[in-house]
Structure formats: C-alpha cells, structure tokens
Design a protein around this ligand. Structure first.
Ligand SMILES: O=C(CO)[C@@H](O)[C@H](O)[C@H](O)[C@H](O)COP(=O)(O)O
Ligand SMILES: [Zn+2]
Length: 196
C-alpha cells in the first residue's frame, strides 16, 4: 500500500464508520441531547471523563458547553474531570489510577447531574468506576463507546444512553465520537433557542 493509498483508506474507513453510525445511532443521539438539555434546564451539570484522545474529547465537550458551540447562548455548566493535574496525580498516588474520576464524582456529583463517559473499548477501569460512582449519587450516564461495548455496557442502567460506534479501530471510533459530541451540542443549542 502506498502512502497515498493509506490516506485514501483512512478517509474511506472514517466515512464508512460515520455512515454506519448514522444508521444506528440517530435515536440515541437525540436521547443524549434531550438528557443534556433537560439536565441543564433543571439546574444540573455535565461531568465528563475519558483517557488519552477521549480525555481530549471530554474537554472538547465541556469547553463547548461552558463557552459556546455555534450559536450565541448562555454558558452551560460542565466540568471535564481530566484537567486538574494536581487532583489527578494525588488521587492516583494516594489511591489508584482507577479512582481518578470516581473520587472527583464523589465530591462533585449531585442527583440530577449527568456523566459523559468516553471509552472506545468500554474497558477503561477508571471510566467504568466513574459510571458506578455516578449511579451511586443518582446521576444518569451518557456512554460513548465502540467495539463490542466492553464491560461499560453491562454497567449501564435504565435512563442511561449508550452511543456505541460500530467499529473496531480506536481512531475511527474517536473520530465518530467527536461527531456525536458536535451533534449533541448542536441539538442542545436548538432546544435552548426554541424552548429555553
Ligand atoms: O488517542 C488514542 C489512540 O487514537 C489514545 O491516546 C487512546 O485514547 C488511549 O490509548 C486510551 O487509553 C484508550 O482508552 P479507551 O478508549 O479504550 O478507554
Ligand atoms: Zn487518537
């Protein structure tokens, strides 16, 4: 395969993954956006977490909430649990890396808040412990995952929303996660502008 062919293959695979996700995920995307809208309208906030590229996605989402997406609107309450290195390193050092998100949720999470949990494999223990911690404090969960859903899928409860991208490649799943996040932001903006 030439390097040009590799580029073409990346684009073709990314487009195909997004096309499959569109077929499967329209209703859950709308459900996720409705959950975010209802949460912020009722005074709740969105906490977000993930590892590596998904940590970037968690922050991308929270910055679009706190500042804005494409429409002029009020800032919306969101906190990425991936940004405070003092907190992350102290929890990892004193307890374990598995608890870096769940311990923050124990401190910050309130009934009526939502956790946006992002893992391409569904098998990141710290993200899955965050889901358990969120449920413990009465939060609902929006899970962005991929592959076969991993152990994350078995943790989800009624009222949660699973957006599982139908792909095996971490990169393709991440690219589609960002599209899902932008869809959610746009739908929330539309709901705020028409109903809020
Ligand atoms: O961005 C990438 C790969 O594209 C990596 O940084 C990737 O996010 C990391 O390996 C993560 O630790 C993977 O975790 P997860 O998506 O399986 O939860
Ligand atoms: Zn990546």
């Amino acid at each position: 395969m030439t390097l040009h062919t590799r580029i073409q293959q990346h684009f073709a695979d990314s487009i195909a993954t997004k096309q499959k996700a569109l077929t499967l995920l329209q209703d859950p995307i709308l459900a996720a956006a409705t959950l975010v809208f209802d949460t912020v309208q009722q005074g709740g906030k969105i906490l977000s977490c993930g590892n590596g590229g998904s940590a970037g996605d968690a922050q991308h989402f929270s910055s679009e909430m706190l500042n804005r997406f494409e429409q002029e609107r009020r800032g919306l309450p969101a906190i990425a649990l991936t940004t405070d290195t003092s907190t992350l390193t102290s929890i990892a050092n004193d307890y374990s890396y598995e608890r870096v998100f769940s311990r923050q949720i124990e401190a910050l999470g309130r009934k009526g808040d939502v956790l946006l949990a992002i893992s391409t494999s569904g098998n990141s223990t710290n993200v899955n412990r965050a889901i358990d911690a969120a449920h413990e404090c009465g939060m609902q969960v929006i899970a962005l995952s991929g592959k076969a859903g991993g152990s994350m899928k078995d943790l989800l409860q009624a009222g949660d929303v699973e957006l599982r991208v139908p792909a095996e490649s971490t990169a393709r799943i991440q690219e589609t996660h960002l599209l899902l996040i932008h869809c959610i932001c746009d739908l929330v903006d539309q709901m705020l502008l028409t109903e809020g």
